[in-house]
Design a protein around this ligand. Sequence first.
Ligand code: SIN
Length: 303
Amino acid sequence: MELHPTGFFDNSAKSYNFIDVEPIAAALGAEIVNVQINRLTDDSFAEIEDALFRHKMLLFRNQEMSHSDQEEFTLRFGEFGKDAYTTGLPGHPHIQPVIKEADAKISMIFGSGWHTDSPFMEKPPAISMLRGVEIPPYGGDTIWCNTALAYRSLSRQMQKIIADLHVHMSAAGVVAELEKSARSDADKQSAFQKTDAAAHRQQMIDGWYHPLVRTHPKSSEKALYVDHTYTSGILGMTAAEARGLLSFLKAHVVQPAFSCRMRWEPNTFVIWDNRICIHQAFNDYDGFRREMYRTTVAGEIPG
Ligand code: SIN
């Protein structure tokens, strides 16, 4: 580990009137205690939103929530985001199931590489939420890294070098992996054909260019917009030049010092801000079922 959590790390809790906040790591993440999402007042919601921008990811334990409760809470932040991969549930088109069966043996699960959600779109989702229903007895954790802290940890000189760069965000690698897996069996082939990923294949591969340093629209914090799954080039640079810089930034942004890791329980509900953190799911629970439900909030053009 090159950096240790000293000096400018500050993930301490603010004092709020309606919610209690317990940080879970030095770098980012906090648990909101004594709150039921399905009985939220406007005052509590305003404080939760403020806490989200401060801590980047928030978790809530013991949430007895229905799909409708999750939809209602998501809509408090703004319109539903569009998901590029899965179709929603019957009657709940914006709730995306993220389920791995106990007997599934797959090399790539949903979200298994470091990523920010769907940055290959013109307006990637701002906020994502995940509700755990069935959880493996061990494994299946999720890990996040604070990309604003990673940006602040760069030297002034490196911050100047990258200030005006734009990254190419493309889902080419993921699409290739999905198609390879679909080719291996007819059922998977027909399931894949029904997904949004198949319908929008070329758009996902073409992707979009976004600022490498993005500014959060509410908190004005600057953060690195770079990940391992989608960031595939830098506008105006040769592939070799971009590879050098991006391999440094990709290694920098996921240092343990910038991370927090969360162990799921049934009825844990998590929200995170894709503009200031990246995340990764662990594919380490073969033999156990994991059932989650995901929603996203529409985002802006990154600036
Ligand atoms: C995701 O990347 O949205 C899913 C994360 C997880 O399943 O832990």
